[in-house]
Design a protein around this ligand. Structure first.
Ligand SMILES: [Zn+2]
Length: 450
C-alpha cells in the first residue's frame, strides 16, 4: 500500500515536534509545487555524454534554473564551469575532460553559525531515452498517471533533486532557522565519469555530512564498491586455418583464443580467491566480482585468431581499497595474477599480454554510527517510510564526497534498482513528497535548530 500524506500525518504525528509537524504538513500541502518542479527538471534534456567530447545539451539551462530558484529562496549561489586542470591527476577522469556548457552548482543556506553543516547532492545528467519510440509518453514531458510521475530521470534522479531542493525551499519559506549551513549541490557527469562531483570536491564543496538523493527506495545507503575496467590484449600469431602449422618456435600459428583462456582462467581463480578473504567483505555489499567481456578484433574465419581482447568490469568492496580509497592494490593484484599465469606458458612468457586501465571509480563506506545515518533512518521512519542502513549495488557520487571529507549516504525517492534507466521510468508522487519531508526533517535535526 502506498502511504498518502494523510496516512503519514496520522501514523507518525506523535514522533514529531510541533515545528517538525509544521514542516511536514507544509510539504504535503504544497505537493503540486513539488510535482511541477520535478516536471520542470525533466523538461531539460541533460542526457549524459557517451563520449568525452560530446557537446553539452541543457545542463547549463537547468543549473541556471535551479540557481535562480535557490537564490530566490535566500541561498548564496555559486555556478561555475570547472577547468580541466581542476580534476587533473585523479584516477577517475579521462585526461583533459572539459566542462564547457556543463556548469556545477552549489547553493548555501547559511545557518546561525554554530551547528553541523549538511550537504544535499544530486546529479542532473540522465541516461539516454532510447529506444524513445517505446515510451508511453514523451520522456522529456513528464506526466502523472495514477499517482506516478513518468519521464526520463523521474527516478534517477531528478525526482531526488526535486525533493531535496523543495525541502530546502520549504525550510527557507517557513523561516526555519538552523544552527548549521544547508548546502545544495547539483553536478553533471555522474552517469559517465563521476567528474562533476570530483570537480565540486576540488572546488571546496564540503560539509559535516552529505545526503546524495539517489533513488534508494527509502533505504539509507552507506557503502558502495569501487570499479576497475581493465582491457587485456592477448596476442596470438595468425596463420592459415586450413593448413597444418609447425610449432610456434618454428614460425607456426598461435591461436589467441587459447592463450586468452590462460589469462581468463587465472582471473577466475583470483575472483574465487577474493571470495575467501572474509576480512574484505562488507556486511551489506555483494562480494567483489569480475564480469568478463570478450571482444575480438579484425579477423577472418580462414585465419588463426591473431589477438583477443578481454575486457573486465571489476567491482571490489571498500575493504579491498587502498588507504586513500582507490584501487591501486587491486590493479596490482590483477596484473600480478595475469603475469604469473603467463609465465607458465612459453608463448605468453615471450609475448606478454598488454593491460590497459580505463578511468576508475573509488569504493567508499560510511560507518553505520556516523550521526547522519541514524538521523536519516529516523526521519524516514517518522514520515512513514522505515528503512535500513544498507550497501548500494551501483555506484554514486557519495563515494567521491566521502573520500573528499564529507561522509555521504544515499537516500531518496523511487526504487532505483528496479526503475532507473528503464523505458517509462517513474517515481510515485507520494514518494517524492515523503522524501522531501524526510530530507527536511533530517536537515533540521542534523544542523540543529537555532
Ligand atoms: Zn543516479
Amino acid at each position: 500500500m502506498a502511504l498518502t500524506p494523510a496516512h503519514v500525518s496520522e501514523a507518525h504525528s506523535r514522533d514529531l515536534t510541533e515545528n517538525e509537524r509544521h514542516i511536514v504538513d507544509e510539504i504535503a500541502r504544497r505537493r503540486d509545487e513539488l510535482v511541477a518542479l520535478t516536471i520542470d527538471l525533466i523538461g531539460f534534456d541533460t542526457t549524459a555524454r557517451e563520449h568525452d567530447d560530446d557537446p553539452p545539451r541543457d545542463e547549463s539551462a537547468l543549473q541556471k534554473y535551479l540557481a535562480a530558484r535557490l537564490r530566490a529562496a535566500g541561498a548564496e549561489t555559486d555556478l561555475w564551469e570547472p577547468a580541466p586542470e581542476d580534476i587533473a591527476g585523479s584516477p577517475m577522469t579521462p585526461t583533459g575532460l572539459r566542462f564547457d556548457g556543463r556548469p556545477q552548482l552549489v547553493a548555501r543556506f547559511p545557518g546561525a553559525g554554530s551547528g553541523r553543516s549538511l550537504l544535499f547532492n544530486g546529479h542532473i545528467d540522465v541516461v539516454t531515452v532510447e529506444p524513445r519510440e517505446r515510451w508511453t509518453s514523451d520522456p522529456f514531458r513528464a506526466e502523472v498517471r495514477a499517482g506516478k510521475l513518468y519521464g526520463r530521470g523521474a527516478c534517477d534522479m531528478k525526482g531526488g533533486i526535486a525533493s531535496m531542493v523543495f525541502a530546502a525551499e520549504i525550510l527557507a519559506s517557513l523561516g526555519v532557522r538552523r544552527a548549521g549551513d544547508l548546502i545544495v549541490c547539483t553536478v553533471t557527469d555522474e552517469e559517465s565519469t563521476g567528474a562533476g562531483a570530483l570537480a565540486a570536491v576540488a572546488h571546496g564543496v564540503r560539509a559535516d555530512a552529505g545526503i546524495v538523493t539517489e533513488s534508494t527506495d527509502f533505504e539509507v545507503k552507506i557503502a558502495c564498491r569501487g570499479s576497475l575496467i581493465p582491457t587485456i590484449t592477448v596476442l596470438g600469431r595468425p596463420g592459415h586455418a586450413g593448413c597444418p602449422q609447425p610449432h610456434w618456435r618454428a614460425g607456426g600459428a598461435v591461436n589467441a583464443i587459447d592463450k586468452a583462456s590462460v589469462v581468463a582462467n587465472a582471473l577466475r581463480r583470483l575472483e574465487s580467491d577474493w571470495r575467501q578473504r572474509t576480512e574484505h567483505h562488507h556486511p551489506s555489499l555483494w562480494l567483489g566480482l569480475m564480469v568478463r567481456f570478450l571482444i575480438w578484433v579484425g579477423e577472418c574465419i580462414s585465419s588463426t585468431p591473431p589477438s583477443r581482447r578481454l575486457v573486465y568490469h571489476i567491482a571490489y568492496p571498500p575493504g579491498q581499497a587502498d588507504a586513500d580509497g582507490w584501487g591501486r592494490h587491486v590493479r596490482e593484484e590483477v596484473a600480478d595474477w595475469v603475469m604469473r599465469a603467463t609465465q607458465a606458458d612459453p608463448w605468453l612468457a615471450e609475448t606478454p599480454p598488454i593491460i590497459e586501465w580505463a578511468p576508475e571509480v573509488p569504493a567508499a563506506a560510511v560507518a553505520p554510527d556516523e550521526p547522519i545515518v541514524p538521523i536519516m533512518l529516523a526521519a524516514s521512519a517518522d514520515v512513514g517510510r522505515p528503512g535500513r542502513a544498507w550497501g548500494m549495488d551501483g555506484w554514486y557520487d557519495g563515494a567521491t564526497f566521502t573520500l573528499g571529507g564529507t561522509p555521504s549516504i544515499a537516500f531518496g525517492p523511487g526504487n532505483g534498482s528496479k526503475v532507473a534507466h528503464i523505458v517509462d521510468e517513474y517515481t510515485s508522487v507520494d514518494d517524492l513528497v515523503a522524501a522531501a519531508q524526510a530530507l527536511a526533517l533530517a536537515a533540521v535535526r542534523f544542523c540543529g535548530e537555532a
